[in-house]
Design a protein around this ligand. Structure first.
Ligand SMILES: Cc1cc2nc3c(=O)[nH]c(=O)nc-3n(C[C@H](O)[C@H](O)[C@H](O)COP(=O)(O)OP(=O)(O)OC[C@H]3O[C@@H](n4cnc5c(N)ncnc54)[C@H](O)[C@@H]3O)c2cc1C
Length: 324
């Protein structure tokens, strides 16, 4: 059984940045993520999207932000345990015992940064969808270059669908299919879409998928039953949202509010020695933004350090004085 000062649960951007702050405070932290790679939502849901609101980066690809964060934060790769899901947290002789899918660990303090938890994209529910998954049906864009010049059908009317149509407009042959009569995306993005002249079928829906080993045709129909079309298609991109589940965290004894972990100003949960930061938390004024989560985890790691070493005030840690 390994032992550490602080266990950080969740290797999204916020958990990764927690590792940096632990290093800055010279405490020994261990980072867990159930997925095989670090990056959370940025890598799983939008690796090829640009982010514009991280201070110091006028524009950064989500994948690149994660790479930079890892380079900045992971001083010792043996402190990162990917592919290891945390199942339970129990108190043991003043420490926290963390049981994972691969074993058990002890920590003086715990910082929960599990974000949305386990997220699954919503499926269309049409016949053949599962069969073609990864063979012409996808829910996230994994590689922008792979889709350039292809025949794309994008499904959805929210930010994700509209942003992808705008991204591929002029570079691929794109059709947008949306079940509702209105978009739910940012008005400026919708304006750009309208001006692009991309074919938009709404209110229409996908009714069937066909092909051999790979998807070849998407059948779409008008919701009022007045028309049906067969769209030749290399890639169907389904962007109709996702379902999130907090998973095992629900049984960790943490006080929740609206399905999120309730924290105070020092990112303390109701459990002594357990702190939380990022999308998993709630407090008045909370916003699910990377920049805000970065600040929260800096506060959480300071408080977790003080819990791990009672009586030792950890104070303000300036990276410029430490040199890393
Ligand atoms: C399409 C899209 C675009 C976005 N664009 C922006 C933007 O432009 N700017 C911005 O600021 N924000 C943006 N966001 C929001 C931003 O991505 C989130 O605020 C951010 O990812 C939160 O980071 P996190 O580390 O708290 O959680 P997450 O990124 O959700 O990471 C949590 C990690 O915890 C892991 N985990 C969960 N449960 C366990 C467990 N039991 N054991 C081990 N590991 C576990 C998960 O596998 C995951 O890797 C966007 C979000 C989406 C979906």
């Amino acid at each position: 059984m390994s032992e550490c000062d602080i266990a950080i649960i969740g290797g999204g951007p916020i958990g990764i940045w927690g590792l940096y702050h632990a290093h800055l405070r010279q405490v020994n932290a261990l980072l867990f993520d159930s997925l095989p790679e670090l990056g959370g939502q940025l890598m799983a849901m939008y690796p090829e999207k640009d982010i514009f609101d991280v201070a110091g980066f006028p524009r950064v690809l989500a994948r690149e932000l994660v790479e930079q964060l890892v380079a900045q934060s992971v001083a010792d790769p043996t402190r990162v345990r990917v592919g290891e899901k945390v199942l339970s947290l129990t108190q043991l002789d003043g420490l926290w015992q963390i049981t994972t899918t691969l074993g058990q660990h002890l920590a003086k303090s715990v910082v929960v940064a599990t974000g949305l938890g386990a997220f699954r994209p919503k499926m269309l529910g049409v016949t053949g969808e599962e069969r073609f998954e990864g063979q012409g049906v996808d829910y996230f864009v994994k590689s922008l270059d792979a889709l350039v010049g292809k025949r794309l059908v994008v499904v959805g009317g929210g930010d994700s669908a509209v942003d992808w149509v705008n991204t591929f407009s002029g570079r691929s042959e794109v059709t947008l299919v949306h079940r509702l009569e209105r978009f739910q995306a940012h008005p400026a993005s919708v304006q750009r879409l309208v001006e692009s002249g991309v074919e938009v079928l709404m209110p229409w829906e996908v009714s069937a998928l066909s092909g051999d080993d790979h998807l070849q045709t998407v059948t779409v129909r008008a919701l009022d039953g007045s028309a049906e079309r067969q769209l030749p298609c290399d890639q169907l991109l389904v962007c109709i949202g996702f379902n999130a589940d907090l998973g095992p965290l629900k049984a960790w004894g943490l006080a929740l509010s609206g399905g999120k972990v309730a924290v105070d100003r020092e990112m303390r949960t109701n459990q002594p020695g357990v702190f939380a930061a990022g999308d998993v938390v709630t407090y008045p004024g909370k916003q699910n933004l990377i920049a805000i989560g970065f600040a929260e985890i800096a506060i959480a790691i300071k408080a977790a350090t003080e819990h791990a070493f009672p009586g030792v005030k950890s104070g303000l840690a300036h990276s410029s004085s430490r040199g890393f």
